[in-house]
Write a protein that binds this ligand. Structure first.
Ligand SMILES: [Zn+2]
Length: 213
C-alpha cells in the first residue's frame, strides 16, 4: 500500500474502530444492564468517560493532538524497512540499512506488544501502536500478505523467475495489489465508512450525554 493510502486508510480504520467502540459503549451504558463481557466492557467504557471528563479542555486537546500525530506516524512506521518508503523519506533514514528484510520484524505483532507494555508510562505509545496495527492489517490484505508472528511464521518465494517475491506461506486473502486500482477503491470505501460511523458515534454520544454524565 502506498504511504498516502496507509495514512488515509489507517486513520479511517482508527475512526471506524473508535466509532464502533463508542456506539457499543453508549448502548451498553444506557440500555439493559449487561452481564459477562458486556458488563466488563461497559465498566471500562465508563472509566474512560470519567477520565476524559476529569481532564481540562487544554489537556484533552493536547492529548488528542499528540495522539493523532503518533497514530499517523504509526501508520507509516512499519515501512521503515523499505529505503524508498514515505517514512524513510520523512526521517531521511535512506542511508541507514535496516538489518531485517521487508515485512518481517516491523510488520509483526512483537513491536506492537512492546509499545503497548510501555504505554502504561507513556500513553501516546498506545496511539503509535494502534497506527502500526492498521498498517500491518492493511498489508495483510495485499497479495503478499504479512507474517504477524515472524519469525515463527515465515514467507516463501512465489511467482515466475525474474518476478519472484516473498509471500506469506499460508496467505489466503488477496484483496489488492500494491499500488493498484483496488487499493485506491478500498481506501475510498474506508474513508467514506469512517465519515459515516464517525458522525453516528458523535451524534450517539451527544444525544445520550445527559444519561451518561
Ligand atoms: Zn508495509
Amino acid at each position: 500500500m502506498l504511504g498516502r493510502h496507509h495514512v488515509e486508510s489507517g486513520v479511517a480504520l482508527g475512526v471506524i474502530g473508535a466509532g464502533v467502540a463508542t456506539i457499543a459503549g453508549v448502548r451498553l451504558l444506557t440500555g439493559q444492564p449487561a452481564s459477562g463481557l458486556g458488563a466488563a466492557y461497559a465498566q471500562w467504557f465508563s472509566h474512560v468517560l470519567d477520565g476524559v471528563a476529569a481532564m481540562s479542555w487544554g489537556a484533552r486537546l493536547r492529548g488528542l493532538a499528540v495522539g493523532v500525530v503518533a497514530f499517523i506516524v504509526g501508520t507509516l512506521l512499519p515501512d521503515i524497512d523499505v529505503p524508498t518508503s514515505s517514512i524513510c523519506k520523512i526521517l531521511h533514514t535512506g542511508l541507514i540499512r535496516w538489518p531485517f528484510p521487508h515485512r518481517t520484524l516491523t510488520h509483526s505483532i512483537w513491536p506492537i506488544l512492546v509499545l503497548l507494555f510501555f504505554s502504561t508510562w507513556l500513553p501516546w505509545l498506545a496511539w503509535l501502536a494502534a497506527g502500526m496495527f492498521t498498517h500491518i492489517l492493511l498489508d495483510s490484505l495485499s497479495t503478499s500478505g504479512v507474517c504477524w508472528l515472524w519469525p515463527l511464521t515465515r514467507y516463501r518465494k512465489s511467482g515466475r523467475m525474474g518476478h519472484r517475491k516473498r509471500v506469506n506461506q499460508r496467505h489466503r486473502v488477496h484483496l489488492y495489489k500494491v499500488g493498484g486500482s483496488v487499493e485506491a477503491a478500498l481506501n475510498r470505501v474506508l474513508v467514506l465508512g469512517a465519515i459515516v460511523i464517525g458522525v453516528v458515534a458523535v451524534v450517539t454520544l451527544l444525544a445520550n450525554h445527559a444519561a451518561l454524565a
